[in-house]
Design a binder for this molecule. Structure first.
Ligand code: MSP
Length: 514
């Protein structure tokens, strides 16, 4: 049976449109998902929107709209942006969907009945923007640990007994080194767990916040937005829905999700969520993987609160969806922070796509047009340099697969680019434009070997830049876009037409100052 791969992005708040940071989580999940598809795995990709809670209620009020109408409207921004960036998700999850609300209430009731949720008076500090409670000792200079304003609050609330599961969680993280990744994040979470874990406040009084899922055993309260939203990863694949038991077994219980998210929300995912799952008696995700931040000019996290966000669609308009996708994967090592500027993106696209890949395509297809009537000629592959290039190209698929499975897609791209460089160097050395005058047999060999290498690299780049690679492979009349086809040579059969066409990756000139 083929391997199963289930990947999720965070559910985005609908208080704002997507920006370059939120688009990053989504594009990376899409790229990883498309790679696993290429590897022949059965895949499922879930993304969506987090629609309850204070932020959303406030954003709706500011627009003079009912919260649900505001959400319905904002969701369009996300769906359109993802379509524009060629995101191919399987499930777009909305926390306001009826089945989810019912499932969340069932979970709350179950935990209440077994004594894992209890009522208590709460007195402490609350950060409205983060929707998180803090104790006195959590505060840093009178603010939340990430520097947000906090207010004093005193009220009755419901609490989830997170502390009961602390030891089990520590043991799970220690026994499973890949459960939280990268290692720096794993150590951070283990460090956090060295202190006693408090219980989690999972309710909000309706008097303060009405936009949420009602607590089934107390009509005066709604559910804390994180408790509601985190459950999506399981309810999205059928949890608490008897008619979808088989789905739930397959995607959640037997497989385990890979949760990809920004490092700012590692605690909610690796501590709140995993202890919730322990209490509910279902399996934990396979991995919680925290990526880094896209930084602004001041080398800080790009965020709406700092007012410096870049609209991903502006960048898409400049370099195309493929250009932005390529930059994200190639320039940002998953897990690390990365600076962003238009100049960086444009340089990357010009270097790797216009110069390297684009040149290889245009030189070879022009010469095939000129000397071989635009069709793959018959030839032998016997020159030592040809054999060397062929060996490197044929080894690439396994290397790419190994890197991607280790969540290192930027390394995979580096290796592909190296082979494209080799192919360009091989062309320079062999100079088929000169060779053609008196040795057509070697010219045929050189051009066909270059195109075979290009074909292999192109298929391996398909998950990253699907649109351009689709066009490129069509020019090579190549229909077999599979991993197996990357492990075989001579797939462009003699007589296959090669289309010249306009430059596939035109150089981009940056007009304005970066
Ligand atoms: N709604 C919660 C997640 C709930 S998941 C059950 C949330 N939403 S968010 O819209 O604020 O952020 C979603 C994601 O965008 C997070 O992974 C966050 O790290 C990511 N990013 C937001 N700004 C970012 C950058 N500047 N750079 C990279 N990613 C960042 O949190």
């Amino acid at each position: 049976m083929s391997k199963i791969f289930y990947i999720t992005t965070p559910l985005y708040y609908v208080n704002d449109k997507p920006h370059l940071g939120t688009a990053y989580s989504t594009v990376m999940a899409d790229v990883l998902n498309r790679y696993h598809k290429l590897f022949g795995h059965q895949t499922l990709f879930l993304t969506g929107t987090d629609e309850h809670g204070q932020k959303c209620q406030e954003a709706a009020a500011k627009r003079g709209m009912a919260p649900q109408a505001h959400c319905d409207d904002m969701v369009k921004n996300f769906k359109n942006a993802w379509a524009d960036l060629d995101i191919e998700y399987d499930i777009f999850f909305r926390t306001t969907d009826g089945f989810h609300k019912k499932a969340v209430q069932d979970c709350l009731q179950e935990l209440y009945d077994k004594g894992d949720i209890y009522a208590n008076d709460y007195e402490g500090w609350y950060s409205v923007s983060e929707e998180i409670f803090y104790t006195e000792k959590d505060l840093v200079d009178g603010k939340s640990p990430s520097g947000r304003e906090v207010v004093r609050i005193s009220e009755k609330n419901y609490f989830f007994k997170m502390s009961k599961y602390q030891q089990r969680l520590i043991e799970h993280i220690e026994k499973n080194p890949l459960f939280i990744q990268p290692d720096s994040r794993r150590n951070e979470v283990l460090g956090f767990l060295r202190q006693p874990l408090g219980d989690l406040c999972i309710s909000r009084p309706k008097s303060r916040l009405s936009w949420g899922i009602e607590i089934p055993f107390d009509k005066d309260y709604v559910t804390y937005v994180w408790f509601d939203a985190l459950l999506n990863y399981a309810t999205g694949v059928g949890f608490k829905q008897p008619a979808r038991q088989a789905d739930f077994q397959k995607w959640w219980q037997d497989t385990g999700a890979i949760h990809l998210l920004g490092k700012d929300i590692i605690t909610t995912h690796s501590v709140y969520w995993t202890t919730m799952l322990m209490a509910l008696g279902i399996n934990l995700p396979k991995q919680v993987y925290a990526h880094g931040w896209i930084l602004n000019r001041d080398m800080e996290k790009m965020s709406k609160s700092k007012g410096d966000v870049v609209n991903p669609l502006d960048i898409r308009n400049l370099v195309g969806p493929d250009g932005l996708r390529y930059f994200y994967v190639r320039d940002i090592h998953l897990g690390n922070d990365a600076p962003f500027s238009k100049e960086l993106v444009v340089n990357r696209v010009n270097n790797d796509l216009a110069n390297n890949m684009g040149n290889l395509l245009s030189r070879t297809s022009n010469l095939i047009g000129k000397y071989f009537d635009g069709k793959i000629p018959s030839c032998d592959f016997k020159d030592p340099l040809t054999v060397e290039l062929k060996t490197k190209a044929l080894a690439l698929a396994d290397q790419v697969q190994a890197d991607v499975e280790k969540m290192n897609p930027s390394h995979a791209l580096e290796k592909i680019v190296q082979v494209l460089n080799e192919a360009n160097r091989y062309l320079e050395i062999k100079a088929p434009w000169k060779l053609a005058k008196d040795d057509l047999a070697t010219t045929a060999e050189v051009l066909t070997a270059s195109l075979e290498t290009l074909r292999i690299c192109a298929i391996l780049l398909y998950p990253v830049i699907p649109k351009k690679i689709g066009e490129l492979l069509a020019r090579l009349s190549c229909k077999d876009v599979s991993l197996e086809a990357c492990k075989k040579w001579s797939q462009l059969k003699v007589g296959t037409p090669i289309e010249k066409g306009e430059p596939l990756f035109p150089r981009i000139e940056l007009q304005e100052a970066p």
